[in-house]
Design a protein around this ligand. Structure first.
Ligand code: GLA
Length: 657
């Protein structure tokens, strides 16, 4: 099977989405000149080119793309070639309205923007397969081609009648018999029992709360339906070019795709990352998405898109201050990326994204952004021989599962304040701030290599996942579970006692009598810290109470319980407290920080033989590093102290022990 190495060939890829159909051909020459100046070695072509390639049904206009592929090759720039299938041309919706998605209210999602396709539509699929086939046949032997990029950020959901038929087929495969479906969905409640498969529809707008097991299966189905589209195109390009790796770019921590399952279908895992430059914890967010994508890839991965400056889809869109683009780019490399790419190469002058930054902005080649772009390009070239292909090892895994996320965010839940991604982020932040590198893992993955496994909040755990956690702890691992974990089974059925009995026994806690969610501005006092978001009413059963609730209705009941190497944290401790708690547990488990005694805001990551030091603060800091090193970006020797400027980065290679 091809891998990312087949595209990188020992280099870190640097470049971005290139949408040259927006520009006259003279501009392409200018683009190439500036790409070379910036150190660009890879561009992604064709992402939104369907209407240019197929202006009317069955037509093929490949001449412009031929010229571009040749131009790139002549200038030593590789091409990640996209199938253009994420954005059907207007003629498709106009001639084949059944290809247009319908929303939950039954409203048509029209053309005029992008990504308006129904994944279940045979007509859409036939056109997508045909253009993919022709694209793959035409460019299979082209020397510029380094990777296939299928579609773009698969995200379109649909509730139409064709989707309903497809959903029913998916359900028949899953359940076999209608009785099994009725049982799994608990349709005896509220007179929802189905008497024929044809009665089942996608969970459309309804009078009141919808059946959560139904909507959970629909989310699983939608992720699978989109993945079928991906696989169909992947198989076409792979038939033409078995040696060229295939990817599709994920939106990170996005609820619509179960990325664990998707990643298994990719040669290369790639992701689009857009931290908010105004977010003081943007660096932690970038680290978290890097850790997650690396874990899905089980090795080096690709930043397929990021922004050199501002995006234009937030309420208020802030530019990146000087140095931040470089910091986050090198941070992604530290976390295992072998490609740093952007949306998009040249900032648009027209269309919906004309205020979204590019590597080359409206300010042109003398602009600040382009200068920083060029600096990053030359630094990545310098780092490439030392970094590309190297790996990261982590002692800690954070467990994350789309199924649990989906199940926990349904109608009828106890608190709408509970945002799954924010809880995961809070736990990752605690570990990141305590200087520890973490992987992510699915609850059914093999966890035996980790010293510490943390479960921020997995409301739904399958029996297999519970077996896995039990045998992990029995085998010597340390486990910390956050609140509202192990509550529901695979079908979103609440387990007796409020949490799976075997898990309760492992954690040393008794029946959960009540869940006590907290309001947004509320906190609960616990011994030594404040809890937020959530609290729970239960008694210990064999476990040692590490901290009890103080005052209020839960006074004296356990907030944090420890049973040997298994811990339960029934609230979300404030950030300092969670960091201290997890730091202590990690120390006991032998999961040490990468480098002790770092100043606040400085992150250390070890990748292969290299030590990356990243200063996320706006002040210069001095860091003590034991041993002698060479700093690879400047070539300087470092022994003892090292100063990192605001947003500064050092990449150290050890010269003496
Ligand atoms: C996504 C898309 C791009 C572009 C960017 C803007 O990542 O894939 O086409 O719209 O968002 O941030």
């Amino acid at each position: 099977m091809p891998s990312l190495d087949d595209s990188t060939r020992g280099r870190i890829l640097f470049g971005g989405d290139y949408n040259p159909e927006q520009w006259p051909e003279e501009t392409w020459q200018e683009d190439v000149r500036l790409m070379k100046r910036a150190g660009v070695n890879s561009v992604t072509l064709g992402v939104f080119s369907w209407a240019t390639i197929e202006p009317r049904p069955g037509a093929r206009e490949f001449g412009w793309l031929d010229r571009l592929m040749d131009l790139m090759h002549a200038n030593g720039i590789g091409v990640v070639l996209a199938t253009p299938t994420s954005s059907p041309p207007p003629w498709m919706g106009s001639r084949h309205p059944e290809t247009l998605p319908r929303d939950e209210q039954g409203q048509t999602v029209w053309w005029g923007s992008r990504q308006q396709f129904c994944a279940s539509s045979p007509t859409y699929r036939a056109y997508a397969a045909a253009i993919t086939e022709d694209l793959a046949a035409r460019y299979a032997g082209h020397p510029a081609l380094t990777m296939w990029h299928i579609n773009n950020e698969y995200c379109t959901h649909c509730w139409c009648d064709e989707t309903a038929r497809h959903f029913r087929r998916w359900l028949r495969t899953k359940y076999g018999a209608l009785d099994a479906l009725n049982e799994a969905w608990g349709t005896a409640f509220w007179s929802q029992r189905y008497d024929a498969w044809e009665e089942i529809i996608p969970p459309r707008r309804a009078q009141y709360m919808r059946n959560p097991a139904h909507t959970l299966d629909f989310k699983r189905f939608t992720s699978d339906a989109l993945m079928e589209c991906y696989i169909a195109e992947r198989d076409i390009v792979a038939r033409h070019t078995p040696h060229i790796p295939v990817t599709t770019n994920f939106m990170p921590l996005w609820s619509g795709q179960d990325a664990w399952r998707w990643a298994e279908q990719e040669d290369v895992v790639s992701v689009d990352i857009y931290p908010d430059p105004k977010d003081p914890l943007g660096g932690q967010y970038n680290a978290m998405l890097g850790d997650m994508t690396r874990s899905q890839a089980r090795g080096p991965w690709v930043v397929m898109e990021q922004a050199a400056g501002a995006v234009n889809w937030r309420g208020v869109n802030h530019p990146k201050p000087p140095g931040l683009n470089r910091l986050w780019s090198l941070q992604s490399v530290a976390h295992g990326a072998d490609a740093v790419c952007y949306f998009q190469w040249r900032q648009s002058r027209q269309g919906a994204e004309k205020f979204h930054s590019g590597m080359l902005t409206h300010a042109g080649e003398d602009g600040r952004t382009f200068k920083e772009t060029s600096r990053i390009g030359s630094e990545l070239a310098r780092l490439s021989p030392h970094v590309a292909g190297s790996r990261i090892s982590a002692d800690i895994a954070v467990l994350h599962d789309w199924g649990s996320w989906w199940a926990g965010q349904q109608d009828g839940r106890l608190s709408t304040q509970l945002d799954y991604t924010e809880v995961v982020r809070a736990w990752h932040r605690a570990l990141w701030e305590s200087g520890r590198t973490t992987d992510f893992a699915h609850p059914e993955h093999d966890l035996t290599g980790y010293r510490l496994v943390v479960v921020p909040h997995l409301y739904l755990l399958t029996d297999a996942a519970i077996d896995n956690l039990l045998s992990y702890v029995r085998g010597g691992g340390t486990l910390v579970c956050g609140f509202l974990t192990g509550v529901a089974d695979e079908d979103d059925r609440v387990r007796a006692g409020g949490m799976d009995a075997r898990l309760r026994e492992l954690l040393g806690i008794g029946t959960v009598h009540e869940w006590w969610p907290l309001d947004a501005d509320e906190s609960v006092e616990c011994e030594g810290f404040l809890g937020t978001l959530w609290s729970e009413e239960f008694e210990p059963a064999g476990g040692e109470v590490v901290a009890a609730y103080r005052g209020g209705e839960l006074d004296g009941l356990p907030a944090v319980v420890r049973n040997g190497r298994a811990w339960y944290v029934s609230t979300l401790p404030e950030s300092d407290a969670l960091r201290a708690l997890l730091g202590r547990i990690a120390d006991d488990a032998g999961a040490a920080p990468v480098l002790a005694g770092l100043p606040g805001g400085v992150e250390a990551v070890r990748r292969g033989e290299l030590l990356f030091l990243l200063n996320h603060s706006r002040e210069a800091v001095t860091v003590q590093v034991p041993g002698s090193h060479q700093e690879l970006l400047t070539g300087e020797r470092v022994s003892a102290g090292l100063t990192l400027e605001r947003y500064g980065v050092a990449v150290l290679s050890r010269t003496t022990p």
